[in-house]
Write a protein that binds this ligand. Structure first.
Ligand code: F6P
Length: 322
């Protein structure tokens, strides 16, 4: 292995820069050259590839976003697009890849690696925390802290006006953010895609006489089957017309900001371990941390398996919110 390419792909996540830094500095430790591929797979196709060295990643560990930028590429889903990408990698003499991203990015990496025998290691970077093979993904801790800060603020005004606030947090397919910030923020109701009964639980909660006057915080994952906070608000209003209901969609604010200590350490450990594995000849693997120990699984497993959703936390949320 002489030259590795690193890219970030899919939704950005706080800590991706810390990971890029760890990749570049670790490669330099092994005397391997690094090329930064800008804008993910789209940049690979468009030859947006730059040289990187230790100084290129100075002063980025604290920054949110990704200095390499990111994109979601439709063209990479075509054979023609992937051929263009491979030709560009050949031109830059790249003989191994590190892909920092989520499930969709891993899928692209697996297809590409199989098609062109290009060694690749995946690093879990997504605020959603929905990847198998790691307890936490890069960006999740920062995103949950950002969401929690917002919920604490909403609680002040909800209390002052005796209002019900429906707060929508990110999580296209998973409720990790919603469940955890809901519990940490003292939410009275939490709606997540992993719990099909959560609307019934919410209805029971509002039917209790004492709820007619007091304030409540309800957290809903964007991927919940109710279809997000706005639709949920309309449905609740129809059933409980006497409630004063307000809706807040936190959106992309959760994706930005300076990464927490946890995310910086996680990103540094994972980035360094990805390089180590690539150098040692591994391919089509995803690095992770389980029970605070470095771990590795196949990209296939990371793409197709789901980690056990914490049922205990669903029960805890119900008990504490009642
Ligand atoms: O996967 C991370 C995520 O933030 C999801 O929670 C969300 O549904 C999605 O990305 C939004 O993506 P985009 O920024 O491309 O609209």
């Amino acid at each position: 292995m002489n030259t590795i390419g690193v890219y970030t792909s899919g939704g950005d996540a706080p800590g991706m820069n810390a990971c890029i830094r760890a990749v570049v500095r670790s490669a330099s430790y092994y005397n391997i050259e690094v090329k930064g591929i800008k804008e993910g797979y789209q940049g690979m196709i468009e030859n947006k590839i730059v040289n990187m060295d230790s100084s290129s990643v100075a002063n980025i560990i604290q920054r949110g976003g990704t200095i390499l930028k990111t994109a979601r590429s439709e063209e990479f889903k075509t054979q023609n697009g992937r051929k263009k990408a491979f030709d560009n990698l050949l031109h830059h003499k790249i003989d191994g890849l590190i892909c920092i991203g989520g499930n969709g990015s891993y899928t692209g990496a697996k297809i590409f690696s199989t098609e062109y025998q290009m060694p690749v290691i995946g690093v879990p970077g997504t605020i959603d925390n929905d990847l198998f093979g790691t307890d936490y993904t890069i960006g999740y801790d920062t995103a949950t802290n950002t969401a929690l800060d917002a919920i604490d603020k909403i609680r002040d005004t909800a209390d002052s006006h005796n209002r019900v606030f429906l707060v929508e947090v990110m999580g296209r397919d998973a409720g990790y953010i919603a469940l955890n910030v809901g519990i940490a923020g003292g939410a009275e109701g939490i709606l997540i895609p992993e719990d099909a009964q959560d609307f019934d639980k919410l209805t029971k909660y509002f039917k209790k006489e004492k709820r007619k006057k007091s304030f409540s915080i309800i957290v809903i994952a964007e991927g919940d089957e109710e279809g997000g906070a706005i639709k949920l608000g309309e449905k609740l209003k129809a059933t409980f017309p006497y409630l004063s209901i307000k809706t807040t969609v936190l959106g992309h604010v959760q994706r930005g900001g300076s990464p927490t200590v946890k995310d910086r350490i996680l990103a540094s450990r994972l980035g360094a371990n990805a390089v180590k594995n690539l150098v040692e000849g591994e391919s089509q693997k995803a690095v992770g941390i389980i029970n605070d120990k470095l771990s590795i699984c196949s990209l296939d497993e990371a793409i197709s398996k789901h980690k056990d959703f914490p049922k205990e936390l669903i029960n805890l949320a119900e008990v504490l919110g009642s």
